[in-house]
Design a protein around this ligand. Sequence first.
Ligand SMILES: CC(C)(COP(=O)(O)OP(=O)(O)OC[C@H]1O[C@@H](n2cnc3c(N)ncnc32)[C@H](O)[C@@H]1OP(=O)(O)O)[C@@H](O)C(=O)NCCC(=O)NCCS
Ligand SMILES: CC(=O)OC[C@H](N)C(=O)O
Length: 167
Amino acid sequence: MNIISSLFQDQKKNKGNLKGRIILFMFRFAQLTNRHILIAILLCIYLGFYHVFVEWFLCVELPRKTKAGKGLVIYHGQALVINQGVVFGEDCILRNSTTIGHKILKDGTFSGCPVIGNRVDIGANVCIIGNVKIGNDVKIGAGTVVVKDIPDNCVVVGNPARIILNL
Ligand SMILES: CC(C)(COP(=O)(O)OP(=O)(O)OC[C@H]1O[C@@H](n2cnc3c(N)ncnc32)[C@H](O)[C@@H]1OP(=O)(O)O)[C@@H](O)C(=O)NCCC(=O)NCCS
Ligand SMILES: CC(=O)OC[C@H](N)C(=O)O
Protein backbone atom coordinates (compact mmCIF):
# COMPACT_ATOMS: atom_id res chain seq x y z
CA MET A 1 0.00 0.00 0.00
CA ASN A 2 1.33 3.42 -0.94
CA ILE A 3 0.61 5.61 2.06
CA ILE A 4 1.49 8.88 0.34
CA SER A 5 -0.79 8.31 -2.65
CA SER A 6 -3.56 7.15 -0.28
CA LEU A 7 -3.09 10.35 1.67
CA PHE A 8 -3.59 12.47 -1.46
CA GLN A 9 -6.62 10.46 -2.61
CA ASP A 10 -8.21 10.73 0.84
CA GLN A 11 -7.74 14.50 0.83
CA LYS A 12 -9.34 14.73 -2.62
CA LYS A 13 -12.33 12.60 -1.63
CA ASN A 14 -12.88 14.57 1.60
CA LYS A 15 -12.97 17.95 -0.16
CA GLY A 16 -15.07 20.37 1.91
CA ASN A 17 -14.88 18.03 4.91
CA LEU A 18 -12.11 19.49 7.05
CA LYS A 19 -12.66 17.15 9.98
CA GLY A 20 -12.43 14.07 7.76
CA ARG A 21 -9.32 15.49 6.13
CA ILE A 22 -7.60 16.08 9.47
CA ILE A 23 -8.44 12.61 10.83
CA LEU A 24 -7.29 10.87 7.65
CA PHE A 25 -4.12 12.93 7.34
CA MET A 26 -3.22 11.98 10.91
CA PHE A 27 -4.16 8.34 10.27
CA ARG A 28 -1.97 8.03 7.17
CA PHE A 29 0.91 9.70 8.99
CA ALA A 30 0.48 7.25 11.90
CA GLN A 31 0.51 4.40 9.35
CA LEU A 32 4.09 5.30 8.41
CA THR A 33 5.08 3.79 11.75
CA ASN A 34 3.85 0.36 10.58
CA ARG A 35 6.75 0.25 8.15
CA HIS A 36 9.56 -0.22 10.65
CA ILE A 37 9.94 -0.40 14.40
CA LEU A 38 12.52 2.41 14.27
CA ILE A 39 9.98 4.74 12.64
CA ALA A 40 7.51 3.79 15.36
CA ILE A 41 10.11 4.60 18.04
CA LEU A 42 10.99 7.93 16.38
CA LEU A 43 7.34 8.90 16.10
CA CYS A 44 6.18 7.53 19.45
CA ILE A 45 5.26 11.01 20.71
CA TYR A 46 3.23 11.57 17.55
CA LEU A 47 1.50 8.20 18.07
CA GLY A 48 0.56 9.27 21.60
CA PHE A 49 -0.81 12.54 20.22
CA TYR A 50 -2.75 10.70 17.49
CA HIS A 51 -4.26 8.43 20.13
CA VAL A 52 -5.29 11.24 22.49
CA PHE A 53 -6.45 13.74 19.86
CA VAL A 54 -8.26 11.48 17.40
CA GLU A 55 -9.59 8.83 19.83
CA TRP A 56 -10.27 10.83 22.97
CA PHE A 57 -11.13 14.26 21.58
CA LEU A 58 -12.64 13.49 18.17
CA CYS A 59 -14.04 10.10 19.31
CA VAL A 60 -12.80 8.22 16.25
CA GLU A 61 -10.97 4.95 16.90
CA LEU A 62 -9.07 4.25 13.70
CA PRO A 63 -5.97 2.29 14.69
CA ARG A 64 -2.83 2.79 12.63
CA LYS A 65 -2.75 -0.97 11.90
CA THR A 66 -6.17 -0.94 10.20
CA LYS A 67 -5.68 -1.53 6.47
CA ALA A 68 -7.51 1.00 4.33
CA GLY A 69 -7.29 1.53 0.58
CA LYS A 70 -7.03 4.99 -0.91
CA GLY A 71 -9.93 7.40 -1.07
CA LEU A 72 -11.37 6.69 2.37
CA VAL A 73 -14.03 9.20 3.47
CA ILE A 74 -15.13 9.92 7.04
CA TYR A 75 -18.26 12.03 7.48
CA HIS A 76 -18.91 13.34 10.99
CA GLY A 77 -17.04 10.49 12.65
CA GLN A 78 -18.27 10.75 16.24
CA ALA A 79 -18.42 7.34 17.94
CA LEU A 80 -16.73 5.60 15.03
CA VAL A 81 -14.93 2.49 16.30
CA ILE A 82 -12.84 0.37 13.96
CA ASN A 83 -10.82 -2.68 15.02
CA GLN A 84 -7.21 -2.83 13.91
CA GLY A 85 -7.89 -6.11 12.08
CA VAL A 86 -10.45 -4.58 9.71
CA VAL A 87 -9.54 -4.29 6.01
CA PHE A 88 -11.12 -1.64 3.74
CA GLY A 89 -10.83 -1.57 -0.04
CA GLU A 90 -10.66 1.66 -2.01
CA ASP A 91 -13.12 4.58 -1.94
CA CYS A 92 -15.13 3.48 1.09
CA ILE A 93 -17.30 5.85 3.12
CA LEU A 94 -17.67 5.78 6.89
CA ARG A 95 -19.99 7.83 9.06
CA ASN A 96 -20.83 8.39 12.72
CA SER A 97 -21.83 5.90 15.45
CA THR A 98 -20.50 2.92 13.58
CA THR A 99 -18.66 -0.12 14.90
CA ILE A 100 -16.66 -2.51 12.76
CA GLY A 101 -14.81 -5.28 14.52
CA HIS A 102 -14.62 -8.81 15.84
CA LYS A 103 -16.84 -10.77 18.17
CA ILE A 104 -16.04 -13.07 21.06
CA LEU A 105 -16.59 -16.72 20.14
CA LYS A 106 -18.07 -19.40 22.42
CA ASP A 107 -14.62 -20.65 23.38
CA GLY A 108 -13.62 -17.15 24.51
CA THR A 109 -11.36 -16.42 21.54
CA PHE A 110 -11.93 -13.57 19.09
CA SER A 111 -13.34 -14.07 15.61
CA GLY A 112 -11.66 -12.53 12.59
CA CYS A 113 -12.57 -9.00 11.52
CA PRO A 114 -14.62 -7.79 8.56
CA VAL A 115 -12.99 -7.48 5.15
CA ILE A 116 -14.71 -4.74 3.19
CA GLY A 117 -14.53 -4.36 -0.58
CA ASN A 118 -14.13 -1.34 -2.84
CA ARG A 119 -16.71 1.48 -3.00
CA VAL A 120 -18.63 0.40 0.07
CA ASP A 121 -20.82 3.22 1.41
CA ILE A 122 -21.57 2.63 5.09
CA GLY A 123 -24.45 4.62 6.58
CA ALA A 124 -24.67 6.06 10.08
CA ASN A 125 -25.21 3.75 13.10
CA VAL A 126 -24.01 0.58 11.40
CA CYS A 127 -22.48 -2.47 13.12
CA ILE A 128 -20.42 -4.93 11.11
CA ILE A 129 -19.05 -7.66 13.32
CA GLY A 130 -17.21 -10.92 12.90
CA ASN A 131 -15.33 -12.69 10.19
CA VAL A 132 -17.51 -11.35 7.36
CA LYS A 133 -16.76 -10.27 3.83
CA ILE A 134 -18.51 -7.33 2.19
CA GLY A 135 -18.33 -7.25 -1.60
CA ASN A 136 -17.59 -4.35 -3.93
CA ASP A 137 -20.09 -1.58 -4.72
CA VAL A 138 -22.30 -2.11 -1.70
CA LYS A 139 -24.48 0.42 0.15
CA ILE A 140 -25.17 -0.37 3.78
CA GLY A 141 -28.18 1.58 5.03
CA ALA A 142 -28.26 3.58 8.24
CA GLY A 143 -28.72 1.39 11.31
CA THR A 144 -27.86 -1.89 9.61
CA VAL A 145 -26.33 -4.79 11.54
CA VAL A 146 -24.15 -7.03 9.38
CA VAL A 147 -23.12 -10.43 10.76
CA LYS A 148 -22.95 -12.41 7.49
CA ASP A 149 -21.23 -11.95 4.14
CA ILE A 150 -22.71 -9.45 1.68
CA PRO A 151 -22.23 -10.01 -2.09
CA ASP A 152 -21.12 -7.40 -4.65
CA ASN A 153 -23.43 -4.73 -6.09
CA CYS A 154 -26.29 -4.43 -3.65
CA VAL A 155 -28.03 -2.28 -1.06
CA VAL A 156 -28.62 -3.81 2.37
CA VAL A 157 -30.63 -2.58 5.36
CA GLY A 158 -31.96 -3.85 8.67
CA ASN A 159 -31.02 -6.07 11.57
CA PRO A 160 -29.90 -8.59 10.45
CA ALA A 161 -28.92 -7.06 7.10
CA ARG A 162 -31.04 -8.05 4.11
CA ILE A 163 -30.65 -7.14 0.47
CA ILE A 164 -33.30 -4.67 -0.72
CA LEU A 165 -31.79 -3.91 -4.10
CA ASN A 166 -29.33 -5.50 -6.53
CA LEU A 167 -27.41 -2.80 -8.38
C1 LIG B 1 -30.10 2.31 2.36
C2 LIG B 1 -30.24 3.59 1.57
C3 LIG B 1 -28.94 3.88 0.80
C4 LIG B 1 -31.39 3.35 0.58
O1 LIG B 1 -31.71 4.52 -0.08
P1 LIG B 1 -32.78 4.48 -1.29
O2 LIG B 1 -32.24 3.62 -2.40
O3 LIG B 1 -33.15 5.89 -1.61
O4 LIG B 1 -34.00 3.64 -0.68
P2 LIG B 1 -35.49 4.08 -0.40
O5 LIG B 1 -35.52 5.28 0.50
O6 LIG B 1 -36.22 4.14 -1.70
O7 LIG B 1 -36.03 2.85 0.46
C5 LIG B 1 -36.26 1.57 -0.10
C6 LIG B 1 -36.87 0.70 1.00
O8 LIG B 1 -35.89 0.41 1.98
C7 LIG B 1 -36.29 0.91 3.27
N1 LIG B 1 -35.09 1.52 3.88
C8 LIG B 1 -34.30 2.48 3.35
N2 LIG B 1 -33.27 2.73 4.16
C9 LIG B 1 -33.43 1.93 5.23
C10 LIG B 1 -32.67 1.72 6.40
N3 LIG B 1 -31.55 2.40 6.63
N4 LIG B 1 -33.10 0.78 7.28
C11 LIG B 1 -34.22 0.08 7.05
N5 LIG B 1 -34.98 0.20 5.95
C12 LIG B 1 -34.58 1.13 5.05
C13 LIG B 1 -37.39 1.95 2.95
O9 LIG B 1 -38.25 2.08 4.04
C14 LIG B 1 -38.02 1.35 1.74
O10 LIG B 1 -38.86 0.32 2.17
P3 LIG B 1 -40.26 -0.02 1.37
O11 LIG B 1 -39.82 -0.43 -0.02
O12 LIG B 1 -40.85 -1.14 2.17
O13 LIG B 1 -41.04 1.23 1.39
C15 LIG B 1 -30.57 4.82 2.48
O14 LIG B 1 -31.90 4.77 2.95
C16 LIG B 1 -29.65 4.89 3.70
O15 LIG B 1 -29.89 4.34 4.77
N6 LIG B 1 -28.50 5.63 3.51
C17 LIG B 1 -27.56 5.88 4.56
C18 LIG B 1 -27.23 7.36 4.58
C19 LIG B 1 -26.90 7.86 5.97
O16 LIG B 1 -26.41 7.16 6.84
N7 LIG B 1 -27.16 9.13 6.18
C20 LIG B 1 -26.88 9.75 7.44
C21 LIG B 1 -25.94 10.88 7.24
S1 LIG B 1 -24.99 11.11 8.69
C1 LIG C 1 -26.15 13.66 8.57
C2 LIG C 1 -26.09 13.96 7.12
O1 LIG C 1 -27.08 14.12 6.46
O2 LIG C 1 -24.85 14.10 6.60
C3 LIG C 1 -24.70 14.26 5.22
C4 LIG C 1 -23.37 13.73 4.82
N1 LIG C 1 -23.02 14.18 3.55
C5 LIG C 1 -23.37 12.22 4.88
O3 LIG C 1 -23.79 11.56 3.90
O4 LIG C 1 -22.95 11.68 5.88
